[in-house]
Design a protein around this ligand. Sequence first.
Ligand code: ZN
Length: 252
Amino acid sequence: MKIKDLVNFFLKKYPVSKQETWDRCGIIVKAKLNRILTKCLICLDVNNEVIGYACQNGINLIISHHPLFKNKVNQIIINKLKKNSISYLSLHTCFDNNKKGMNFLIAKELKLQKIIWIKHNKSYFPLGCFMMKKKIKEIITSFKRKFYCPYVFTNIKNVNKSFKYIALCAGAGYHCLTENFNKIKQKNLLFVTGDLKYHNWVEINENKLNFLDVGHELENFFVDFIAQEITNNFPQIKVKKFFSKQTKFLVN
Ligand SMILES: [Zn+2]
């Protein structure tokens, strides 16, 4: 199988036309796409560690969730990929905006029910409910257990407070959730996303909303899912998974 065959498989399933206007999805490095695909690596982010791993393991195609946006640091990484003849495909919002993309998969894993899909730009996010009310501490435990969430932040002080409804947007979804707040008014609602900033928390508390920041690492789920899709469709392809590690630490 050629590198371009797998690239085309994913671009057919997650077309670049689905990406958000600000995004940089698609094939970012085309390094001899007609070559035979030796091994493929799936990751959340491409960095120097990923490239080192790819070089050591004979990988000639990397598929990442996040793209390398245009800047000087990322250009150095892109040059390294070119130098080592490693092709690079990013699926980011083409994947997220698929109706069975990131938010769908996480909602499914959380066993959310009665889901209403709310549209934001080209993407959809779910408002769903648990079968029974769940304590916030149990919800946090399930995120940590089912996904790659090394740290969770919340403005809910009482860990026994329970919720039935969840509005979820993986990644940095604060604006996506709050800009659509009028569509998702629901009592006993918990918002879940990642990457909240200080000023977001100020607004959240001012508006008496309940939020859980489960970190951007939640999206490592992409790595497992895409690797499984390759194994299911092309069992002959060797796939390696590279998970983004914890990037920050709490110091008391
Ligand atoms: Zn993301």
